[in-house]
Each structure stands twice: as structure tokens, then as C-alpha cells.
Design a protein around this ligand. Structure first.
Ligand code: NDP
Length: 264
């Protein structure tokens, strides 16, 4: 039987393209997102049959547990897990509401921990299982206006390396993919004044074209990237597939940012 891949956050953006590429390679894909209709629509667009949609909020322990039990029951053992579900609630820390901090940390960090935990038993029963968590360059470098988001993504790095050590002896690999996001080119770039005097711009500071970055002013953002343009979800998804299939790579962070880090 073909490999089963679970893609959390697979209904849109980077996760949707990861799901498409996995399906094109012959995997069966379980697409997970909160919005069931969106997950179903993503499944309907996939190449081949045997894909399924699951509605689940990854930040809720019980939902995650029940969803992964259903996945196991209806689809079988999990070979690949991609954690692409993520949110941002950007604001300077002084202006950030505690409930937004909690939402970001619970979705981006706790959510990935919960899905990994729920998937591991199933993955132990397959050969060459692998997990890819989606972090961000912001988690490695920090970014004004994204304290909670960058903390969640930095946490993912420590989590990924620790879990990689825990499960390597069982031949399960765990890696972090870090798409590009700007640091000094963000607030400073959009606002040439001290950041605390100015409101955060109404956009994410990510540089991959998805819903998450729909409001970003492209021209200004692209100028700060050595390759001179935003990345595409396809370019991030290709890197995720590489990490899933790279049988001698574990506990690593792969930065895919058009060289942005070089300029930070
Ligand atoms: P999108 O906003 O386009 O898609 C997010 C996906 O996650 C959707 O499928 C959404 O579906 C799902 N999701 C959000 N919250 C939850 C939740 N609590 N439970 C289950 N599913 C959830 O985001 P991107 O594709 O742009 O980003 C994907 C990942 O890449 C994120 O982790 C993001 O932080 C990271 N990243 C993105 C960058 C960029 O420039 N775009 C840059 C760096 C990192 P639904 O709303 O139905 O739940």
C-alpha cells in the first residue's frame, strides 16, 4: 500500500502545495485543518484517490488525539507528518493581548508537539517515517513586532532537535523547515522611525506568497531579499519533500529564504 502522509494546515498555502506534491508522488494524503470544507476542497483537487479530509484544531489536545485515532483507523499507519498549521497575530509586545500570545503559542508550538505525539505510535509501525515541522527564519533571528510568533518558531527548533534525538533509534527522522521572513527589513523597512512610536503594519512579515502574507507590500519586501523576490509555496513545498525523503538527515534546520538571512 502507498505511504500515508498527514499534512496539518494542508487546506491552504504551503501545506496545500505539500499535499499536492505528495499526492503526485503516489502518497495517500490526510489533509487536516479547522475548516472541514476547505480541507475537503483541497482533497478534491489532489491527484489520485484515497485522500481524506479531517477537521481538527491542532491546538486542542482532545481534538488532536481523536483525529489521529480516526486517521489511523480509516487510513492506516502514518509514514509522513508535515506540521504546516500556523497563525500570526503580529503586534509590538507592549500592544499585544495575552490571549493572542496564547493563541499563537498554542497553535504554532503546542499544536506541532501534540500532532507529533499523536502520530508517533503509528509511525513506529512504518519504515522510514519522517516529520517536517514548519518554522520560520523569524524563529532563528527574531523580529520586532513578532515576539510571540518568533518565540513559537524558536520553540519549534528546540522541540525538533530534541524529538529527533528521542526517536532516531527507531529510524524516525524529524527536521525543521524555516521559510524566509525578514527581521530588520520589516518594521524598520516599512517605518523609518523608532518602532515603538508606530503601529505595526497590518501584515505578516513572511515572504512566501500565501494567505498569511497577502497584505505585505511586495516591492519593498522583495528589495531586501538577495534573490530579489518573494518565494513561492512550491519552493517551500519542494524543500519539505526533500526533508521527508532525505533518509540520512535528522535534527536539522533547513532555511529556504532566497538568501534573506545573509542580509539580516
Ligand atoms: P496559511 O495561512 O496560508 O495557511 C495556514 C494553514 O494552517 C491553513 O490550512 C489553516 O486552515 C491551518 N490552520 C491554522 N490554524 C490551525 C489550527 N489551529 N488547527 C489546524 N489547522 C490550522 O499559512 P502559510 O501556508 O503561509 O504558512 C504555513 C506555515 O509556514 C505556518 O506555520 C507559517 O507560520 C509558516 N511560515 C510561512 C511563511 C510565509 O511567508 N507564508 C514564512 C515563514 C513561515 P484553517 O484556517 O482552516 O484551520
Amino acid at each position: 500500500m502507498s505511504r500515508l502522509a498527514v499534512v496539518c494546515g494542508g487546506s491552504r498555502g504551503i501545506g496545500e502545495v505539500v499535499s499536492r506534491l505528495l499526492a503526485e508522488r503516489g502518497c495517500r494524503v490526510a489533509v487536516v485543518s479547522r475548516n472541514q470544507e476547505a480541507a475537503q476542497a483541497a482533497v478534491a483537487s489532489l491527484h489520485g484517490a484515497d485522500h481524506q479530509a479531517f477537521s481538527c484544531d491542532v491546538s486542542k489536545e482532545q481534538q488532536v488525539q481523536e483525529t489521529f485515532e480516526r486517521i489511523q483507523k480509516t487510513c492506516g499507519n502514518i509514514s509522513y507528518l508535515v506540521n504546516s498549521a500556523g497563525i500570526n497575530r503580529d503586534a509590538l509586545l507592549l500592544r499585544m493581548r495575552p490571549e493572542d500570545m496564547v493563541a499563537v503559542l498554542h497553535t504554532n508550538l503546542l499544536g506541532s508537539m501534540l500532532t507529533c505525539r499523536a502520530a508517533l505510535r503509528s509511525m513506529l509501525r512504518t519504515q522510514g517515517a519522517a516529520i517536517v515541522n514548519i518554522g520560520s527564519v523569524v524563529g532563528l533571528k527574531g523580529n520586532a513586532g513578532q515576539c510571540a510568533y518568533s518565540a513559537s518558531k524558536a520553540g519549534l527548533e528546540g522541540f525538533t532537535r530534541s524529538l529527533a534525538k528521542e526517536v532516531a533509534s527507531r529510524n524516525i527522522r524529524v527536521n525543521l523547515l524555516a521559510p524566509g521572513t525578514s527581521q530588520k527589513h520589516s518594521l524598520c523597512m516599512f517605518y523609518p522611525f523608532p518602532v515603538l512610536c508606530h503601529p505595526i503594519p497590518p501584515c505578516s512579515l513572511g515572504f512566501i506568497h500565501t494567505d498569511m502574507t497577502a497584505g505585505l507590500r511586495e516591492e519593498a519586501g522583495a528589495r531586501s531579499i538577495p534573490l530579489g523576490r518573494f518565494g513561492t509555496p512550491e519552493e517551500i513545498a519542494q524543500a519539505a519533500l526533500f526533508l521527508l525523503e532525505a533518509s540520512y538527515v535528522t535534527g536539522q534546520v533547513l532555511v529556504v529564504d532566497g538568501g534573506l538571512q545573509l542580509a539580516m
